[in-house]
Design a protein around this ligand. Sequence first.
Ligand code: AMP
Length: 283
Amino acid sequence: MNNLRIGLPSKGRLAEQAGELLGQAGLKFRRQDRSLFARVSELPIDITFLRTDDIPVLCAEGAIDMGITGSDLLDEAGVELTTRLALGIGKCRLSVCVPEDSAIQTPADLDGSRVATSFPHVTEQFFQQHRANVHLVPLSGSVEIMISLGVAEGIVDLVETGSTLAANRLRILTDIGQYETVLVQNKQTRRGDIADRIVRRLEGVVIARAWSLLEYNIPRAKLAAAELITPGFNSPTVNALEDTDWCAVQVMVKRKQVIDVMDKLEAIGATAILETEITNCRL
Ligand code: AMP
C-alpha cells in the first residue's frame, strides 16, 4: 500500500481527455463497470475516480496524492496545493455577465443586486475587492438561465466560446480569471519519486501536442534571419549541407504558428520546408 494515488474526474469530457492524456504518457489502466478504483499496470499507481470539484479538497486532505482538475475549482476550494503542470486543455475564463441590453458598465454597478454563480467564494472575493455588496445566489448549474428566470441581475460563469452567453442574450462585463485543467499535488505525497516521473511524462505529451518539428534548408547568409523567425523551444539544430553556402535547420515551432512561419521562411529563401507532428518528447 505504498502506491501513488491519482484522482481523476469520473465522468464527462474532462474524464475522457484526462484518460487520453495519461494513456499517451504510458499510464495504462482499465476501469471496470463504473468502478471507483483502477490499478495502473507496471507502475505503483492507483487511480481513484472522483467528482472533478471534489478533487482539490480530497487532494489537500490527503485522500489522493495528485489530481487532475480545473484551476477554477482550485481557486474556489481555496486549498493549498502545488500546481505541477498545466495540461493545455479545458481553457476557459470566469466572467461576470449581464443582459446584452443592460445599462450596467462596471462590477460596482451591481451593488445591491443579485448575482447567481457556481463559484460563490471567488465571486464574493471579487465583488468585495470592487466594493460592491451583492446578494449571492449559489447554484450547482444552469447559471446562464437565472437572469431570464428572474433570479438574478447578473451571473458569474465559465465562458469558453461565448456561444452559451449569445444564446441567452448575455454579454461579458469583465473577466475574473483565466483557467485551465491542471495536475495538482499535495505536500504530503507519499511517492515523490513516482510523482516526479509522471510530471515529466505528462510534460512530454503536453509539449508534443502544442509543438511541431519543422525542417528546412536555408542559405547560410539568411540563417540569422531564419533563426529570428524560428527561435525554437531552446534553440534550433543547424547542420551543414554538401553545398557549403546552404545549411539544414531542425526546430520546434508552436503548432498554431506553423503555417505563418512557413510563409515567412519561404519569403526569405528557405526551401524543402517540412512539418512533422511529434507525439511525445523529452526536452
Ligand atoms: P461556451 O458556450 O463555449 O462559452 O461554454 C460555456 C458553458 O460551458 C458554460 O455553461 C460553462 O459552465 C461550461 N464550460 C466552459 N468551459 C468549461 C471548463 N473548462 N470547465 C467546465 N465547464 C466549462
